[in-house]
Design a protein around this ligand. Sequence first.
Ligand code: NAD
Length: 501
Amino acid sequence: MLTSSSPEKTSPTAELNKPTITIAKGDGIGPEIMDATLNILEAAGATLDYEEIHIGEAVYRQGMKSGISPESWDTLRRNKVFLKAPITTPQGGGYKSLNVTIRKSLGLFANVRPCRALTPFVDSHFPEMDLVVVRENEEDLYAGIEHQQTGEVVQCLKLITRPGTEKVVRYAFEYARANGRKKVTCMTKDNIMKHTDGLFHEVFEEVANEYPDIESEHLIIDIGAALLADDPHRFDVVVTLNLYGDIISDITAQVAGSVGIGGSSNIGRGFAMFEAIHGSAPDIAGKGIANPSGLLNAACMMLVHIGQAEVAETIQNAWLCTLEDGIHTGDIASEIYTKKRVGTREFAQAVIDRLGRKPKTLDPVHFRKDIGPIELPEYHPRSREKTLVGVDAFIDWNGKDFSREPDRIGAILEEAAAPDFRLKMITNRGVKVYPEGLPETFCTDHWRCRFVAAEGRPAPVTNQQIIGLLQRLDEHQMDVIKTENLYEVEGKRAYSLGQGE
Ligand code: NAD
């Protein structure tokens, strides 16, 4: 039974078997598809209490740049499960993406997107496709740490952490196990980014060893993305970094034909958010024609998460029957397979009418009911021995003749380096230009200058020596825009070499 309650009435110790979730009806088609979804959940016997919060356009317009009020945060944090309809983010004006804010604030580390083809009832090039993308959700280039460093160069910091990677990779394996999936594929670009993507791959291999019952493989993201678009049948669960995951989850949803009907979950420790893949579709809002399937599929993921897998299975099978019977909303209607073109409410009613039935052509959905929600072990940080061996100083130098600048800068830096350091190399956009660079190499005003301990100086290098170096660089009129310390970690070089070094 589904009941709604106001925040004041709800006890924080709600009955365990009747959890209280938070819902938000959002903007555009949000209220229509949420009402349809809740009606189906109710009819299927989901046992829930829910509290509604208001987020999105109206809240943004009231001047809250994040699109959510402080009271709504309290409700979300108390209930820990959030079923969210799409919202409209106003353009310009410094409004922040509510999704990104919620993901980061509540530590939602994994974005999970199942993509299953439903041919012939929903058009797809790949009838056999049935895979799940698990995307790391908090790190990578999405940390949003960007700086303009020189007149011509802007930087975005790519941060990959061991705990962040371990959480998402472990979740992917646990998800595979819980959902009867056989293989987890990791995709990175560690042939180029040996340290950041290299860490993701390394942790993947470590975690994979703990799951001998699940096959594991690693692919470079470019060939991986190409295979997803060309031969998606070969994949089962795919786990990858934030940016690659953002891109490949849209590719997979598109080729599966499920952009309009896909649901997704955002999973954290003790909090989870469920939503449709699509947006608020303002062009069809209020017309009663939106397809509620995306939010309904997200709601089914939520039911599995809160231990009501049986209800989720009943709903999913009734939904597949509805598609098979040719009851379609306009967005998925086709000349051959659509018998009745319906609006949002009629579609929901058609699903309700089919509760208890199993599809005949499409494979029925079956969820394991013998296992509880996926819980990850605590992460135990391990200290690693780190030795400072040098420093990269980045310099803004805007010379007139870039083929000659490396030697000019080099001569000044050689002098400034002594007595504690020697200049090992200068690179421009990662390519070595000093000593012995090529005059053809294109250079801009951003120079990475690597200093290591001078001959005969005892290791490790000290911070005091680096401060002394920076002092001398300043005295030589060098505009140091940032530094990066060079470390060996547990005896291994822990920084990249320059191309051509
Ligand atoms: P959109 O997904 O809202 O719409 C793209 C197209 O798909 C439109 O033609 C729309 O009518 C159609 N469509 C989408 N969902 C449908 C459904 N359930 N049934 C039938 N047709 C459907 O993408 P957009 O137009 O780029 O974005 C509109 C707004 O949604 C923007 O303000 C954007 O910021 C927001 N948005 C929100 C979320 C979210 O809250 N998670 C995600 C994406 C976009």
